[in-house]
Each structure stands twice: as structure tokens, then as C-alpha cells.
Design a protein around this ligand. Structure first.
Ligand code: DGL
Length: 259
């Protein structure tokens, strides 16, 4: 008899950034089936009004759940800040896991007094980040750097482009040598960590991908939804720009994110 299908985990972001989280999810949960949706047609989310991000997130979540998603991972800091609460209310029987800037591990490292947080303007402005900072930032100096335009440039698919280097130099250059660590508070930013190091030197970088993957495992386990070890894992990549070129770009970035 064929084994019962354990369902798939739906993962979404405004675009290619969520592939960095997907890479961590696949490493942590190799037997799961993942369907990733990147909303590149509407990226970036970070410059949009919260109502717009909420409406876009709701639409994506509804289509994944209607298709049979057993859990949702919001692989986007901006969409998590805006929509996680609403989606948890709307889908009470489905684990909804979000991401957040990895401020907690950065503040727990003993030598990290001055912590620079790079994120979208929306993530830094919204109450969720302010609460995170109140909770974990009390003994540190947290420097918030909204990186307007950066996710948009990364979306274009050339992480080594001079335009990205220029923007990073503009936002981060003034802080070179003056901070103890950098938190990558947008899931697009791990794709340019080499360029961030070029500007900032050898400071520790923190991103939330691995923590999110561990949390997803915990939540699936608690709900009895973990795929059996006998199941072969799989990944399906989808984009709201549904062209062969865009999907090839997703595939290339996913391979980069898994390294
Ligand atoms: N990757 C997203 C995040 O983590 C959003 C980037 C954007 O679309 O502005 O915030």
C-alpha cells in the first residue's frame, strides 16, 4: 500500500530572498516536500504600505493552503511583521512560522556591544521589531540601518554587481570598524554576505534562516506533521513572474543559498 502523503510545507517571500531560508529548511528537514513561492512581480515588499503586504501575503497563503499545505513558513521579515498574526488567526490548525531579525543571538554573544541591524524600512518601523529590540537590545547599542533599495537590486540576480557594492558602501561604510556585529534582518541579505564583508571587514554576521528551520522542525514535530524518514524530500520553486528565465534565476539562487 502506498504511504499516506504527509503534505507539503509552503514557503513564501516577496522574491528570491526566501530561498536563503529554504536552503536552511531543506538542510534541517531533508524528508519534507517544499513548495516555494516568490512574489517577484510585487517585490520589494519593504517599501510598500502594510495593508498591501498583508493583502499579498493573504493571497499567497490562501493559495498554498487551498492546495494542501500542512504548514506555512513566511520566509520574509517584512511579511512576518505585517501578516504572521493575521495568518495564524485565519489558519488556526496550520503551523505558521515566521522569521525575525537574529537580534537575540547577536545580543547573547558576550563581546557584542554595538550591533548594526540591516533590514527593510518597513521591518524596522513596525512594532514587532521594536518589541524584539526592547526584549533583547537592552544591554547593547542597536544601530538600525534601513537598506532601502537593496532587496530590489538583489532581486535582479547579480549579487556581485557594482550597484550593490555602491549601495552597501553608502549604508554601511560609515559604520566600518565601529560595530561588533551585523544582523541581516532581511532574507535577501545573506545572498550578498561576501559584499557586506568587503565593506564591513571581518565582523560576525547573523541571519535568522537556521533558527527558522529549527523552529519549523519543532512546530511540525509538536503537531505530529513531520514527514517520515522514508519519504524522499523535494523542492518546487514558483514565482509570480512565471517565465523560464525567472525560474532559472530562482534555481541558480537556490543553489547559491544551499552552499
Ligand atoms: N526578503 C524580505 C524580508 O526579509 C523583503 C524584501 C523586500 O521585498 O523588500 O524582509
Amino acid at each position: 500500500m502506498a504511504e499516506k502523503d504527509s503534505g507539503f510545507v509552503g514557503v513564501f517571500d516577496s522574491g528570491v530572498g526566501g530561498l536563503t531560508v529554504l536552503g536552511c529548511l531543506v538542510a534541517e528537514l531533508p524528508h519534507e516536500r517544499f513548495v516555494f513561492f516568490g512574489d517577484s512581480a510585487h517585490a520589494p515588499y519593504g517599501d510598500k504600505r502594510p495593508e498591501e503586504v498583508l493583502a499579498l501575503s493573504r493571497r499567497i497563503a490562501a493559495s498554498l493552503v487551498n492546495e494542501g499545505a500542512k504548514a506555512l513558513v513566511i520566509a520574509c521579515n517584512t511579511a512576518t511583521s505585517v501578516a504572521a498574526q493575521a495568518l495564524r488567526t485565519e489558519y488556526p490548525t496550520i503551523p505558521v512560522i515566521g522569521v525575525e531579525p537574529a537580534l537575540k543571538p547577536a545580543t547573547l554573544a558576550p563581546q557584542h556591544r554595538r550591533i548594526l541591524v540591516m533590514a527593510t524600512a518597513a521591518t524596522l518601523r513596525l512594532g514587532k521589531f521594536q518589541r524584539l529590540e526592547d526584549r533583547w537590545g537592552a544591554d547593547s547599542e542597536v544601530i538600525e540601518v534601513p537598506c532601502v533599495g537593496l532587496a530590489d537590486l538583489i532581486e535582479k540576480g547579480d549579487p556581485a554587481s557594482p550597484a550593490i557594492h555602491e549601495l552597501l558602501e553608502r549604508y554601511l561604510g560609515p559604520w566600518r570598524g565601529k560595530v561588533d556585529s551585523v544582523v541581516l534582518g532581511c532574507t535577501h541579505y545573506p545572498l550578498v554576505c561576501d559584499q557586506i564583508r568587503e565593506v564591513m571587514g571581518d565582523v560576525p554576521l547573523y541571519d535568522g534562516g537556521e533558527g527558522t528551520a529549527r523552529e519549523t522542525r519543532r512546530r511540525l514535530e509538536a503537531a505530529g506533521l513531520l514527514a517520515p524518514d522514508s519519504q524522499a524530500g523535494s523542492v518546487e520553486l514558483r514565482s509570480s513572474i512565471d517565465t523560464p528565465d525567472e525560474l532559472a534565476l530562482y534555481q541558480r539562487i537556490f543553489e547559491l543559498a544551499r552552499r
